[in-house]
Design a protein around this ligand. Structure first.
Ligand SMILES: Cc1cc2nc3c(=O)[nH]c(=O)nc-3n(C[C@H](O)[C@H](O)[C@H](O)COP(=O)(O)OP(=O)(O)OC[C@H]3O[C@@H](n4cnc5c(N)ncnc54)[C@H](O)[C@@H]3O)c2cc1C
Length: 358
């Protein structure tokens, strides 16, 4: 079995893991990242196909209030653009009355998207990390103590490190990684009741040759209490020459087939746009609860955002050698991209301080 030694080991190459590795590298510290998937980015996944707009199947929007993320984007010289909402939205309050067109109020806090796709941020971070420091297809299954070292086991390799940082969603960490020595009871209880943000969500996207939804003063903005799509938005590219609509599908439809979900999506869109809805170029979807490296079913009911940002998720364990990180652990905007950046910044500071002391 392959064996490797490293000073700092980061589990997960999502926004938290990559930002952390980037921050550490800037101060001269090097870390190795283990990633279970065959790609980096985690819950940031931009689908790219020739001649269609980049489609965000994971994280999409940010606001000016997300100051840690905005600062990182500035630092990496990445630009954002405002989400198109239009002046009027389609609104369906109840199933017994037809959809309405409602005037949208002035938007004081608009949402933005990263120009050319959210994965541009992931790629920009990755450029600062040597590829030899990121191992893909390495699912961590167990962590053990051995003297003053930690031994991290994947399915086919062993990594020995001084410090280990998990960036997994806390519940996934608790359920899927075996720890030789249990964490304190209170921490375990919190981990087992921490919601993985967006873990149950389904994203759907349709690309079109023309943005027909912008005609007659309508927009691609849809709010529906009837569903199955509760929210949908114009998802055209920043150049505004490749057109798309993207929304969420109610999570209860996870067990249907792709064809069945598409039929439901088109049925809803026909109500608003007529048969134009059928002239799509591509239909794409992502059912996040089927992603074992994001979501695993809860043992008991957990509410959206439950325990996100809990202080016990920001403590170091095992004599300061095992850190929990990841968006859900952040003190501000936990669950969001901003939370991921905050968490990475926080753990980077702790690691740098502990290295200076040693
Ligand atoms: C559908 C959807 C829509 C979203 N929309 C928005 C939005 O509009 N705005 C916003 O701010 N946020 C949004 N988010 C949330 C945002 O994506 C997350 O906050 C952020 O990407 C989390 O980054 P992370 O690195 O903390 O976690 P993750 O991205 O989950 O990274 C964890 C990494 O660990 C890896 N991993 C898991 N298990 C193991 C293992 N055993 N061994 C090794 N590696 C492992 C995973 O593969 C993954 O790469 C959305 C999320 C989803 C799913």
């Amino acid at each position: 079995m392959q064996q490797k030694e490293t000073n700092i080991l980061i589990i997960g190459a999502g926004l938290t893991g990559l930002t952390l590795a980037y921050r550490l590298r800037k101060t001269g510290l090097s870390a190795h990242i283990l990633e279970a998937r065959n790609r980096i980015g985690g819950r940031i996944e931009t689908l790219r196909k020739e001649d269609i707009a980049p489609l965000e199947m994971g994280a999409t929007w940010l606001g000016k209030k997300h100051t840690a993320l905005v600062a990182l984007l500035d630092e990496l010289q990445l630009d954002v653009f405002e989400q198109k909402l239009g002046d009027r939205a389609i609104y369906e309050p109840i199933s017994t009355s037809p959809p309405q067109l409602v005037q949208l109020p002035p938007n004081d806090a608009p949402s933005f998207r990263i120009q050319h796709g959210s994965d541009v941020l992931i790629d920009a971070l990755a450029k600062h990390i040597p590829s030899s420091k990121v191992s893909l297809n390495q699912q961590v299954i167990a962590i053990e103590k051995q003297g003053d070292k930690l031994v991290v086991n994947t399915q086919d390799a062993i990594f020995i490190a001084d410090k280990v940082v998990s960036t997994l969603p806390p519940y996934l960490f608790a359920k899927t990684i075996q720890l030789q020595e249990a964490l304190p009871d209170q921490t375990r209880a919190i981990l087992q009741q921490t919601h993985t943000w967006m873990g149950e969500s389904i994203k759907v996207a349709l690309t079109y040759k023309t943005p027909f939804w912008r005609a007659k003063n309508i927009s691609g903005t849809i709010f529906s209490n009837v569903g199955p799509i509760p929210e949908m938005y114009d998802h055209s590219n920043v150049e505004d020459d490749k057109y798309a609509l993207k929304g969420f599908l109610n999570g209860v439809y996870f067990s249907l087939s792709k064809a069945e979900r598409l039929a439901l999506v088109l049925k809803q869109l026909r109500k608003y746009f007529g048969t134009k809805a059928d002239d799509y170029l591509t239909y794409e979807e992502k059912v996040w609860c089927n992603e074992p490296f994001t979501f695993t079913p809860y043992a008991s009911h957990v509410l959206p955002h439950q325990n996100n940002g809990h202080p016990l998720l920001r403590q170091a364990y095992w004599d300061g050698r095992l850190f929990l990180a990841g968006s859900e652990t952040a003190h501000l905007f936990p669950g969001y991209m901003d939370g991921a950046v905050r968490s990475a910044n926080f753990v980077a500071q702790q690691l740098i301080a502990s290295m200076e002391k040693a």
